[in-house]
Design a binder for this molecule. Sequence first.
Ligand code: PXP
Length: 238
Amino acid sequence: MILGVNVDHVATLREARKTFEPDPVMAATLAVLGGADGITVHLREDRRHICDRDLRLLREIVQCELNLEMAATEEMIRIALEIKPDMVTIVPEKRLELTTEGGLDMIGHKERLNDAIRKIHDACIPVSLFINPHIIDVDIAGEIHADMVEIHTGLYSNAGGKRKTEELHRVAEAVKIANKQGLHANAGHGLGYFNVMDIAAIKEIRGLYIGHSIISRAVLVGIERAVREMKELVSRAV
Ligand code: PXP
């Protein structure tokens, strides 16, 4: 199971002072040294953390999987086609949200997503769709020829007790259906050192995409160690 490390929040800290440090590009290098299999960045319309310069430099230096998270807008599609990340993850984006709050509205935006996938595929870039753990959403992802889905684990992460077990089953079921449809299944959002094991134990998952908890730990122990510790947990669960 691969671990993609999202370095957005290194840029969040930089943007708090509108200065040059800390640099998410340097953080990405250290994350790879710690064992990251991939680096993820979300280029938002408002450029609140990652900016175009970060993405350009990351494309030059990241030799493992560079995953660009983006909304399905004309501007972002143009940037993806120019930069050519190793994969694109399409996410919903709302201006006022603190983080990506839910999966894509697959029913409402089916045509738009279909169109975006077609354009990104023309540049031979694989596309993942960030979706809620709903069977209908997995089915639509298959219909519109996504290569992968990333199952939103936010509800699982925030739940406790019986609800947590239910959400875990929901994620596992969505992963299984995705695999049956020939889609690779990833998972992410809200995963950390205290809740990752049960998700990592779902054998059919291709990769986990984790940001906030790794960067939070990195503030205290350094990014290489924070990534190494997450990799160890994930590999123990598989
Ligand atoms: N996957 C996707 C598609 C996301 O949008 C995010 C948040 O940027 C993550 C994974 C990582 O979530 P977290 O920062 O909670 O680990």
